[in-house]
Design a binder for this molecule. Sequence first.
Ligand SMILES: *[C@@H]1O[C@H](CO)[C@@H](O)[C@H](O)[C@H]1NC(C)=O
Ligand SMILES: *[C@@H]1O[C@H](CO)[C@@H](O)[C@H](O)[C@H]1NC(C)=O
Length: 453
Amino acid sequence: MDSQIYGYGFLLPILLLSLLTFTSSALPENPSTTTAAAAQINSNSVLVALLDSHYTELSELVEKALLLQTLEEAVTNHNITIFAPRNEALERYLDPEFKRFLLEPRNLKSLQNLLLFHMIPTRIESKNWPFHHTSLCHEKVLLKENKNGEKTVGNARVIKSDDIIRPDGIIHGIERLLVPKSVQQDFNARRSLRATSAVIPEGAPEIDPRTHRLKKPAPPVPVGAPPILPIFDALAPGPSLAPAPAPGPGGPHHHFDGESQVKDFIQTLLHYGGYNEMADILVNLTSLASEMGRLVSEGYVLTVLAPNDEAMAKLTTDQLSEPGAPEQIMYYHLIPEYQTEESMYNSVRRFGKVKYDTLRLPHKVAAEEADGSVKFGQGEGSAYLFDPDIYTDGRISVQGIDGVLFPVEEKEVTPKAAPVSNIVSKPRRGRLMEVACTMLGAVGQDSHFSGCH
Ligand SMILES: *[C@@H]1O[C@H](CO)[C@@H](O)[C@H](O)[C@H]1NC(C)=O
Ligand SMILES: *[C@@H]1O[C@H](CO)[C@@H](O)[C@H](O)[C@H]1NC(C)=O
């Protein structure tokens, strides 16, 4: 009986306070049911346990997000499972800009979705770790267990499974915050709004009739305007047989800053977690990143197939240390089209096998449907679409994959520095070579690289 009273006493003041303070702001559910819900909460509820637990940062956010009422209703109807990030994940390891975003009152909905993404409307004990579940914010979370029995939720490691067990739910401690796609997109949208409004409008790019190239410096292209030249022409001079990439969506009144979009998606990869190697390479290879930024500014679209850290870890040092190898690997993972999980999955479903151009000319990457997902490459060297739509802004799409892809011919022969001069067709070589040589020159490795002189 004591504990019953404690439950009331603990929750009710917070609830009333929430209601008094925030009557004007959007409460998640119908407030008329509040009293009933509050009366039913049990002191040994998982919700009471959460607010009383060492997950103080999460608890505070749940209160700030005005979610207590929603959650009380949830636990009266069914069990819930809560994935609770340890305090450090929210105190020290959260990007300050992202945290500010979450705490701004106008982004209440994002904060609520972020938190509800950590909760599943059913009871999941560590012994019945399933594959995926729909969270309370209606986005799916993937629960996995590897061969060593290590459990993960999305991209977070479970560090304390079955940490708190109650009759109406269970709490598992996880290493980091989970960020649902919708919230990441809200955050990106807010940031690019700020970035794009700062760009001064300019005229359309002109082609130099002699070189068939864009006249320099290329002014930014309005979003939605198709690029004047196919992307391969933008990479290298000469006539091209490659198809023009699809223009991205958007109105004619905005201008695009490709460089900051590229920075944005690298940031997103870092936030997302599990893609640090890839993000690192992009940060380190500044010329590759600025090349991508330039292409996007000129109006081209790109899909990045991003191998996750586990996949990158399987690369041998040989494969990475050859001069130009990281660039070549990256170029093979860049598709000059804007593709999302949905569009790729629909294509492979409809056509069986699909080949996408890559910026590593003339190599294409094959895709097919497998196990209800998209599989890239062939046989040993294949990779599944693993984390779909990590970043999608209408220009750049980033799709996480669980393997590093190599062109078919080179599968057995490891990329013995297959120099750019061999793998890029002659007429198109110029621009890529320029990029590669600049990069190699910068690290003092050009002597190994026959194509630079
Ligand atoms: C929660 O799960 C327990 C154990 O499976 C079950 O006994 C209980 O009835 C469930 N509670 C609700 C509200 O569904
Ligand atoms: C990127 O550069 C940093 C600092 O120079 C280095 O420690 C790291 O290993 C590099 N990462 C990759 C993937 O090359």
